[in-house]
Design a protein around this ligand. Structure first.
Ligand SMILES: C[S@@+](CC[C@H](N)C(=O)[O-])C[C@H]1O[C@@H](n2cnc3c(N)ncnc32)[C@H](O)[C@@H]1O
Length: 275
């Protein structure tokens, strides 16, 4: 019997180690560039028009405060990378979640689930929607990256030294109150939450057909008519796995799927459960 216990302990130790096993220095071992270059990138993108996002805001009747989202984007979205910077998913999430809150398809509390926290941009935008909608809600946000470990994030803030995600998001204390950051792979961690209901989900972690579908399958069984899943990067040619998974979901007709683009290179899908 003791031997058996030892084997179990070893097994759980191993699981623990796997969860702690995240990529070290995922965004580099030193600041990627200087503050001026990050600001230059920020100024290049912050005033670009995105007609489909603007139309969505008109149709749904809500839009996020521009100054607020721009400042959050400067801390969490303005990075040095090959593809064009685009933080319109924050506007979309805020708008769709405000509309969901207004439609009152819940008792007095909502559960939001996010896969892929990264630096925290999308989760903070959703939390603002909860605060501005003046309801109670919790967001569970999953990432393999830890919340309290200091590292470089490929953002202007790196020029002041390493920081944790918690440090990076210190300005957004009101929004942080609604969020539970969970480290580990969505594949193993989501199932441990035992949520009865997931009113609203944003899936933005591993962009493969298999991962998107398995996250969808977990979320969808916890949703009722009117509940929502937003998919990021539904972009043919770049994320074909995500595109294929969303097409399969649309074809099943359990969700009504609306496609939105903020540019030729960045698409999203809003799926609303209809049964
Ligand atoms: C595109 S980023 C998320 C961006 C974030 N939603 C935002 O808007 O700022 C994808 C993130 O998913 C994380 N990730 C990848 N595979 C994952 C998995 N299986 N489980 C949890 N997180 C994962 C990565 O570490 C990365 O931070």
């Amino acid at each position: 019997m003791f031997k058996k216990k030892k084997i179990f302990d070893k097994f759980f130790d191993l699981i623990g180690q796997l969860e702690a096993n995240y990529p070290k220095d995922p965004f580099g071992k030193k600041p990627t560039t200087n503050i001026e270059n990050y600001y230059k990138k920020f100024n290049e993108v912050k005033n670009i028009n995105h007609p489909e996002i603007e139309q969505l805001e008109k149709d749904y009747g809500y839009s996020i405060n521009k100054e607020w989202i721009d400042e959050l984007a400067l801390y969490t979205q303005i990075t040095i990378k090959k593809s064009k910077l685009n933080y319109q998913h924050g506007r979309l999430l805020y708008t769709v979640l405000r509309r969901y809150i207004e439609d009152k398809n819940y008792d007095n509390f909502i559960n939001v689930l996010e896969t892929g926290t990264s630096r925290g941009f999308s989760t903070i935008c959703m939390s603002k929607a909860i605060n501005d909608g003046e309801i109670l809600g919790k967001i569970l946000s999953f990432d393999i990256l830890p919340h309290e470990k200091k590292m470089y994030w490929n953002v202007f803030f790196d020029n002041y030294g390493k920081s944790s995600r918690q440090d990076l998001l210190q300005k957004w204390k009101k929004e942080l109150k609604n969020i539970i950051f969970i480290q580990g792979s969505s594949r193993t961690q989501m199932k441990k939450t035992h949520l009865d209901r997931i009113n609203f989900a944003f899936l933005d972690a591993e962009h493969t057909y298999k991962d998107v579908l398995s996250e969808y399958e977990y979320v969808s069984q916890k949703q009722i008519k009117g509940d929502i899943i937003v998919f990021d990067d539904v972009t043919p040619g770049t994320f074909n796995g995500v595109v294929k998974a969303v097409r399969k979901i649309k074809d099943e007709s359990i969700y009504e799927v609306k496609y939105i683009k903020s540019s030729d290179k960045r698409g999203y899908a809003i799926a609303k459960k209809n049964v």
